[in-house]
Design a protein around this ligand. Structure first.
Ligand SMILES: CCCCC/C=C/C(=O)SCCNC(=O)CCNC(=O)[C@H](O)C(C)(C)COP(=O)(O)OP(=O)(O)OC[C@H]1O[C@@H](n2cnc3c(N)ncnc32)[C@H](O)[C@@H]1OP(=O)(O)O
Length: 295
């Protein structure tokens, strides 16, 4: 078992054959970078070539700039090392991912805001466009950006009694076209329009009904079920599987690739609006009150 450390990322792998960098093959433990608290744990099973990526940024795995950067670097590494599959899950109890860190968008530093958005684009381009077979093991709530991560994957398995959806309008903000396109690819145009305009958070059972998730299993079976489903993907000849996925997703990926900077500008101009800032402030206040009441 080899362990790699990078900015907030631990990558463990069981077989050196997956490691293409010579320094990795030679050593069992390499610290590439160590700056922040480790918030992403990535294990690679060398027999199968399947990586399990666990998000671990308590309390709710919200996606700030540093966390997105960690995810993006890890995805690039796995792709470069020719991993065949990825299971995306959470190490934080009851939360898959709370979506974008609202503090990145509220009263923002405009320079950082744009870097933040580019890093989200990077994660989306890497995950949605991944050559790996990808399965979301949704073991907790998954609003907004959390739902985006899940819908980027090829297959979704969810535990009962949680919620998932693109709830942006409830915050007074609007999901960009690539969130919409990703959701459309999973549940279709009509249901996406319904979901986006109302900012619906679906229960696990509702999500299964509209096929936003593919399978529901008890909490402790989510990862085993993902591993089992992964075997089906890995049985398909690699190039055929990858090209079929590419055939389905290339246009959507290219649409963002061609308009990345326009999209950054649109996001920035929207986010700094007074009315948007007011809505985000009220939403944060509501979250804080709710959190205080629990304590
Ligand atoms: C302008 C265009 C942008 C378009 C794209 C936007 C995409 C997004 O992802 S926007 C983010 C949307 N996310 C949400 O609406 C989720 C909000 N959070 C929740 O609904 C809940 O926190 C929960 C269901 C995820 C978890 O509930 P629970 O376990 O009860 O935890 P708490 O609500 O008590 O939260 C603990 C702690 O975390 C703070 N927090 C929660 N979510 C976020 C977040 N997304 N960003 C930043 N901070 C978040 C919450 O305020 C609590 O903080 P404290 O008050 O300091 O304890």
């Amino acid at each position: 078992m080899a362990t790699l450390w990078t900015r907030g990322i631990q990558v463990c792998r069981a077989l050196p054959r997956l490691c293409t960098a010579p320094s990795v093959q030679r050593r069992t433990s390499v610290r590439l970078m160590s700056t922040e608290k480790d918030n992403l744990l990535v294990d690679v099973d060398s027999k199968t070539g399947v990586a399990t990526m666990q998000m671990n940024r308590p309390p709710v795995n919200s996606l700030n700039l540093e966390f997105l950067t960690s995810i993006s670097i890890a995805l690039e590494k796995l792709e470069n090392e020719k991993c065949r599959g990825l299971i995306l899950t959470s190490d934080v109890p009851k939360i898959f991912c709370a979506g974008l860190d609202i503090l990145e968008m509220y009263q923002p530093d405009v320079e950082r805001l744009q870097v933040f958005w580019r890093s989200l684009q990077d994660v989306w381009l890497r995950l949605y466009g991944s050559k790996m077979a990808t399965i979301a093991a949704i073991n907790g709530h998954s609003p907004a950006g959390g739902c985006l991560l899940a819908t980027c994957c090829d297959y979704r398995i969810m535990a009962p009694n949680y919620t998932i959806g693109l709830n942006e309008t409830q915050l007074g903000i609007v999901a960009p076209f690539w969130f919409r396109d990703t959701m459309c690819g999973v549940i279709g145009h009509r249901e996406t329009e319904h979901a986006l305009t109302l900012g619906i958070m679906y229960s696990t059972e509702e999500a299964l009904n509209i096929k936003l998730v593919d399978k529901v299993v008890p909490q402790d079976k989510v990862i085993p079920a993902a591993q089992e489903k992964m075997k089906q993907y890995l049985k398909i000849p690699e190039v055929a599987r990858q090209l079929s996925k590419d055939l389905m997703r290339r246009e959507t990926v290219e649409k963002l690739r061609l308009r990345r900077e326009d999209d950054v500008a649109a996001f920035k101009n929207f986010a700094v609006r007074e009315s948007v800032q007011k809505s985000l402030g009220m939403y944060l206040e509501m979250l804080k009150k709710k959190s205080q009441q629990k304590k």
